[in-house]
Ligand binder design. Structure first.
Ligand SMILES: Nc1nc2c(ncn2[C@@H]2O[C@H](COP(=O)(O)OP(=O)(O)OP(=O)(O)O)[C@@H](O)[C@H]2O)c(=O)[nH]1
Ligand SMILES: [Mg+2]
Length: 385
C-alpha cells in the first residue's frame, strides 16, 4: 500500500550537493554556489541546471498541492464526522494513536479493529481508511485514528507536511502513545514524541492525560531468552542484530518522514541528511537570491526551534514525571494480543474521568434550578448603568 522513495544527497566532484532518488543522478544546487553565483551556471551545464531546477520546482508545487489537498480532505472528514458521527447528542470520541515510527501503531489499530470482540467496522469504514471504530468494554464506541510515525530532527521543510497530517491529533479527545519497548533509545523516542506533540499545539492537559503503552512485549521475552542463551555462551554478539527487530535504520544521519496521506493511499518520502548539514535546506529553492534569503530565514527559524526545543524539554520532563507517577506502564503486544483488553479498559477509564471532569466544570451550582426568575430590582438596574 505504501510507496517508498528515498531522496539522497551527496557532494559531487565539484563540491556541489546532489539529490536523487536512491542515489540517481538528479542534481540540484543547494549550498554549493559557484564564485559570484556564476561558476556552474555557464556553458552546457546551464541548460541542464535549469532543467533540473524546473523539475524540482514542479515537484515542489505538486507536493504542496498534495499537502493542501490532504488538509482539505481531513477538514471535510472531520466536519462530516461531527455532523453524522453523533450518537444522540454526543459526538463520537476520537482516540489518536501516536508514537515514534515503527512503534507498532498500525499493528495495534488493526489488532483492535479487526477483532470481532472490539470492532464495529460498519461505521466510517469508507470515510477514512485510517479511522477505525472500536467498542470499549463499557459499550462506548470510539474512533481510533492511526497517525504518521514521529521522528527526531524533522527537516524544517517537512514540518508543514507533518502539520497537515497531524491536525487530527490536536483535535483528538484522547491520545494513545505507543512505545516500542525493544528500542534501545526508547527514552529519546519518548521525548521526541512529546516535543513534536507540543510543537503541533497539543495542550499540556491532553499530554498529561495521554495513555502510554509499551508495545512488543512478546519481543522482549525473546530478547530475554536470547540473553539467557548468551549467558550460556551459545550465541555470539551478532545474535542481537536481528533484522526483524527493526525495519528502520538507526543511522543517526538518516531521518525519514512517513506517510503523507493523500486520501487514497500513502506516499512516503525519505530524506538522507548529511550530518554536517542537518537542516538539509535549499533543495526546494530556485533562484540564488532567493536561496540566500531563505537560508537566512531558515537559520533564524532554526534558532527559534532550538530555543523552543529547550523549553519543550522541561515541559516534556514534567509530563514524563506525571506519567511515571501514574504507575507502571501497561505492557502490550499488538502482535499477540497480550494486554489489549486491559488497554481498552484503561482507555474507557481515562475517557470517563475526562467526561466527569467536563461535567464538573460545566455543572451549575446546587439549588440553581430552585431559584425563580424575578424581574430586576431598581438597584440592579442602577448597577447595570
Ligand atoms: N514482535 C512484535 N512486533 C511488532 C509488534 N507490533 C508491531 N510489530 C512490528 O513492528 C513493525 C512496525 O509496526 P507498524 O505497526 O507498522 O509500526 P507503526 O508505528 O505503524 O510504524 P509507522 O507507521 O512507520 O510509524 C512491524 O514489523 C510489526 O510487525 C508487537 O507487538 N510485537
Ligand atoms: Mg503505521
Amino acid at each position: 500500500m505504501y510507496m517508498k522513495s528515498r531522496l539522497v544527497r551527496a557532494r559531487n566532484a565539484d563540491g556541489r550537493f546532489t539529490f536523487g532518488a536512491s542515489g540517481e543522478a538528479e542534481v540540484v544546487s543547494a549550498r554549493g554556489r559557484g564564485s559570484g553565483g556564476q561558476g556552474f551556471m555557464s556553458g552546457a551545464g546551464e541548460t541542464e541546471l535549469h532543467l533540473q531546477r524546473r523539475r524540482i520546482l514542479e515537484r515542489r508545487s505538486r507536493l504542496l498541492s498534495q499537502i493542501e489537498e490532504v488538509r482539505r480532505t481531513r477538514a471535510l472528514h472531520r466536519a462530516a464526522r461531527k455532523r453524522h458521527g453523533a450518537v444522540g447528542n454526543q459526538r463520537l470520541t476520537t482516540v489518536a494513536v501516536v508514537g515514534y515510527t515503527n512503534a507498532g501503531k498500525s499493528t495495534l489499530v488493526s489488532a483492535l479493529s479487526n477483532s470481532d470482540l472490539y470492532s464495529d467496522s460498519r461505521l466510517f469504514a469508507t470515510l477514512d481508511p485510517r479511522l477505525k471504530s472500536v467498542i470499549l468494554p463499557s459499550g462506548r464506541k470510539v474512533l481510533l485514528s492511526d497517525t504518521v510515525g514521529f521522528i527526531s530532527d524533522l527537516p524544517i521543510q517537512l514540518v508543514q507536511a507533518f502539520h497537515a497530517t497531524l491536525e487530527e491529533v490536536v483535535e483528538a479527545d484522547l491520545l494513545l502513545h505507543v512505545i516500542d519497548s525493544t528500542a534501545p533509545n526508547l527514552e529519546e523516542h519518548r521525548t521526541t514524541v512529546l516535543q513534536v506533540l507540543q510543537q503541533i499545539g497539543v495542550s499540556e492537559e491532553k499530554l498529561q492525560n495521554m495513555v502510554e503503552v509499551w508495545n512488543k512485549i512478546d519481543y522482549e521475552d525473546e530478547e530475554l531468552d536470547a540473553g539467557r542463551y548468551l549467558d550460556e555462551g551459545e550465541y555470539d554478539d551478532d545474535a542481537n542484530d536481528d533484522a526483524s527487530h527493526s525495519s528502520v535504520e538507526e543511522d543517526p544521519g538518516t531521518s525519514s518522514l512517513t506517510s503523507v496521506e493523500d486520501g487514497e493511499g500513502c506516499v512516503e518520502e525519505g530524506l538522507k541528511i548529511e550530518e554536517e548539514d542537518p537542516l538539509s535546506d535549499g533543495w526546494l529553492l530556485s533562484e540564488e537570491d532567493q536561496e540566500m534569503e531563505e537560508d537566512k530565514w531558515l537559520e533564524s527559524l532554526n534558532g527559534q526551534e532550538q530555543s523552543h526545543a529547550s523549553n519543550d524539554l522541561t515541559t516534556a520532563q514534567k509530563i514524563l514525571k506525571t506519567q511515571a507517577e501514574q504507575g507502571p506502564h501497561l505492557k502490550i503486544s499488538a502482535l499477540t494480543g497480550v494486554g489489549l483488553q486491559e488497554l481498552l479498559e484503561l482507555i474507557d477509564g481515562r475517557l470517563k474521568t475526562e467526561d466527569d471532569k467536563f461535567k464538573r466544570q460545566n455543572a451549575v451550582e446546587p439549588g440553581f434550578y430552585d431559584r425563580k426568575w424575578r424581574p430586576p430590582r431598581d438597584e440592579d438596574a442602577d448597577m447595570a448603568v
